[in-house]
Design a protein around this ligand. Structure first.
Ligand code: ZN
Length: 60
C-alpha cells in the first residue's frame, strides 16, 4: 500500500499499488494540470542572456 500527498491540494491519497496512481504525485489529473499551469506561470520571467559590451575598436 502506498500513501502520498497531492502536491497541489495536499490531500492524502492512498492506493494499493503505484500502478493504480498514474497521476502520482497528484491526487487527480486535474491537480496535475493545475500544478503544470502553476509552473508555466512562473516561467514568464526569463533572465535574458547578458551580452558582453562591445569594446569600441578604433577604426584605422
Ligand atoms: Zn489534489
Amino acid at each position: 500500500m502506498t500513501e502520498f500527498k497531492c502536491r497541489t491540494c495536499g490531500r492524502k491519497v492512498i492506493c494499493e499499488r503505484l500502478e493504480d496512481a498514474p497521476t502520482l504525485p497528484f491526487c487527480s489529473e486535474r491537480c496535475r494540470l493545475l500544478d503544470l499551469g502553476k509552473w508555466f506561470d512562473g516561467e514568464h520571467v526569463i533572465p535574458g542572456e547578458s551580452l558582453p559590451e562591445d569594446e569600441e575598436e578604433p577604426e584605422n
